[in-house]
Design a protein around this ligand. Structure first.
Ligand SMILES: C[S@@+](CC[C@H](N)C(=O)[O-])C[C@H]1O[C@@H](n2cnc3c(N)ncnc32)[C@H](O)[C@@H]1O
Length: 260
């Protein structure tokens, strides 16, 4: 089975054929970085509990079209489910899982070392209501999760792909609304944040135009603002700090899935 191609970031650009095994370009470049000893240990000791085994398709981060995750079986109960895509090191989702034991959480990420860190932190925090999926997020929303199974979907600081010729790799672009809406229950909420102005505008344009969503903010919390107030469940991460240090504005957005 072919692997995802790993790109040498030091080469300064991306090969045109990086998404060879998929119909759509993917929104990530798999890092070839080694795992530390602690991260390796996290996989062998903690993955049996935290990591959901995903049958693959064409690439090592793909999801087989027949693969299904049944939340009640995975978590051993029925509870509102929050799915974070591109969870990075897992700071936001571990913090949320630890402080809301009545809810369930699913972290979706392709960065192995980040997933290892997420498991270590979840274990330390005693969070047993969290699971991880190592896979391409759109495939998880479109295939792996049952329709209407998620109460919330979070996308915080997705890679901005700021060069115009790479914009097609952005996660939130035309069509993403339908992908997220499939997994969300009626009335479920899609939350997004970015420090990249152009991407924030694109997210808002795409989702404002999507008949499957309506704004879950009205500017009343911040009169005159056309953005959502900062989501209080979103903890500060290295990506947000980097954006702030560069003087960028952080934009939050929130959209409610309309009834089917
Ligand atoms: C800029 S980082 C932000 C991480 C985290 N949300 C935060 O705020 O700290 C974006 C993350 O999204 C992940 N990512 C990008 N595209 C993805 C995809 N299609 N499926 C799963 N993860 C993805 C990357 O591996 C990376 O860790």
């Amino acid at each position: 089975m072919p692997e995802d191609l790993t790109v040498d970031a030091s080469a300064g650009d991306l090969p045109e054929d990086e998404s060879t095994f998929r119909k759509q370009p993917v929104s990530f470049v798999r890092r070839s970085g080694r795992m530390s000893e602690a991260q390796d240990r996290a996989w062998s000791e903690l993955a049996p509990f935290y990591a959901v085994d995903v049958p693959r398709d064409v690439a090592s981060t793909s999801v087989h079209p027949d693969a299904r995750l049944v939340p009640a079986e995975v978590y051993g109960r029925e509870a509102p489910l929050t799915v974070e895509i591109g969870s990075g090191q897992g700071h936001a989702i571990v913090s949320a899982a630890a402080s809301h034991p009545d809810r369930d959480y699913l972290a979706v990420e392709v960065f192995r070392a980040g997933l290892a860190r997420t498991m270590l932190d979840a274990d330390r925090a005693g969070a047993r209501n969290l699971r991880l999926v190592e896979a391409n997020a759109p495939e998880v929303l479109e295939t792996l999760l049952p329709e209407a199974s998620a109460d919330e979907v979070w996308v915080f600081f997705p890679d901005p792909w700021h060069k115009a010729r790479h914009n097609k790799r952005r996660l939130v672009k035309e069509g993403f609304g339908a992908t997220a809406a499939r997994a969300l229950r009626d009335g479920g909420v899609l939350r997004l944040a970015t420090d990249w102005e152009d991407y924030a505008l694109q997210m808002r344009e795409v989702l404002d135009a999507d008949p499957l969503f309506e704004r879950a903010f009205d500017g009343s919390a911040d009169p005159g603002s056309d953005w959502a107030p900062r989501f209080e469940g979103r903890v500060m991460t290295a990506f947000e700090r980097k954006g702030l240090n560069k003087g960028r504005d952080i934009r939050d957005l929130a959209y409610r899935r309309v009834a089917r």
